[in-house]
Design a protein around this ligand. Structure first.
Ligand SMILES: Cc1ncc(COP(=O)(O)O)c(C=O)c1O
Length: 379
């Protein structure tokens, strides 16, 4: 049987990783400014994570959600403290799409409505409602195209106001820093305005923090730069450093109903042990602060390069270790040279934006190493 060929692949086989480095099967070392698409939060193969995962594997990796699981309770408590949402409730699933799917479902149970507002260029995943909320017609199959979602321009409060005032909007879902959309940032006044409109019209405000959250922006959540509390926050990617896990943080105004949400694998013992180890490392190593410090340095150095007339750089955007470098030409050649000549992994958005999503433990020396290699490739 062949693989279902949906991924355009680089001709590279990654065989091992450590910190912000990976090695291919021929022993070539790479600097990882991509983190396997923002998934590696605490660094590859962190010894504490490996130890805790191994211990759990030797104890119990799975039992169903029909029995008590103290690891889930501990994770909810620890996460609530770490991110400042101790009064919220936590529901665990296995991926980002599932997190958004469940958040939207819960919003609809809550207010009985079916319309969703989403941003232009949004990406929220590939399951039925999550993909409908994703502003990319190429990945919305006819069966998912059910007319629930209106896409609106980022930061254009008037456009959102007009829709929310129709009093039929179930939920507003947004990434405060758009990832796939090209590192576009939501402004504080816009989010504050949305919060007021949602309160006035019984619309649920959901922040998708799957890519921009969990410390990446230099605060635990990206929306915390903007001074607004959403009703639900969705997380995945970095929460378990590569082991599949997702979650929804749910405000106290939503009352749980037995059986309304559920999952077989979500919140399993193995994932909870890993997620607790991730929080240990984030706290012990000050990784949110590190993302703020190293990210600010990278952004300022890249902006200096742009100001000094470095070729191809049109704009530098981002917060913490979520950075977009917009180029005046398609990123393909520069990204390929970075990978095959300088051995640096980077991400991308659209056609012209290089996207940096390194592990949150990226050091200043590794940031400098990237900058030197990037300058060399730009020529
Ligand atoms: C902002 C955002 N939301 C949702 C998702 C979907 O997550 P998953 O691929 O784990 O389903 C992604 C994945 O890239 C994402 O970046």
């Amino acid at each position: 049987m062949n693989l279902f060929d949906v991924y355009p692949l680089f001709d590279v086989t990654i065989a091992k990783g450590k910190g912000c480095r990976v090695w291919d099967d021929k022993g070539q070392e790479y600097l990882d400014l991509y983190g396997g698409h923002a998934v590696i939060s605490i660094g590859h193969c962190h010894p504490h994570y490996v130890q805790k995962m191994t211990e759990q594997l030797n104890t119990l990796s799975f039992y169903s959600n029909s029995v008590k699981n103290p690891l889930q309770v501990e994770l909810a408590e620890r996460l609530g403290k770490a991110c400042g949402y101790e009064d919220y409730q936590f529901f665990l699933i296995n991926s980002g799409a599932e997190a958004n799917e469940n958040a939207l479902k819960l919003a609809s149970f809550y207010n009985g409505r079916t319309r969703v507002l989403s941003q232009e260029k949004a990406f929220h995943g590939r399951t039925s409602l999550a993909v409908e909320a994703t502003a990319n017609p190429k990945i919305i199959a006819p069966i998912n195209d059910n007319g629930h979602v209106t896409y609106l321009p980022i930061n254009d409060l008037q456009a959102w106001k007009t829709e929310i005032e129709k009093d039929d909007v179930c939920a507003v879902i947004l990434e405060c820093i758009q990832g796939v959309g090209g590192i576009r940032m939501v402004e504080a006044d816009f989010l504050k305005g949305l919060r007021e409109l949602c309160d006035a019209h019984n619309t649920v405000l959901i922040c998708d923090e799957i890519q921009c959250g969990y410390g990446r922006s230099g605060k635990f959540f990206a929306h915390q730069h903007l001074g607004v509390k959403p009703d639900m926050i969705t997380v995945a990617k970095g929460i378990c450093n590569g082991f599949p896990m997702g979650g929804v943080l749910i405000s106290p105004k939503f009352k749980p109903v037995y059986g309304q949400l559920g999952t077989t694998f979500g919140g399993n013992h193995q994932g909870c042990a890993g997620a607790l180890a991730v929080l240990d490392v984030i706290e012990q190593e000050g990784l949110v602060e590190n993302a703020a410090k190293v990210g600010a340095y990278l952004i300022s150095e890249l902006k200096k390069m742009q100001a000094a007339g470095a070729p191809h750089i049109v704009d530098v955007r981002g917060e913490g270790l979520m950075i977009g470098i917009e180029l005046d030409e398609p990123y393909k050649e520069i990204r390929t040279k970075l990978l095959f000549e300088e051995h640096v992994f980077t991400g991308c958005s659209g056609t012209n934006v290089l996207r940096l999503l390194p592990p949150l433990c990226l050091s200043m020396a590794e940031a400098d190493e990237f900058l030197a290699k990037f300058k060399k490739v730009l020529g």
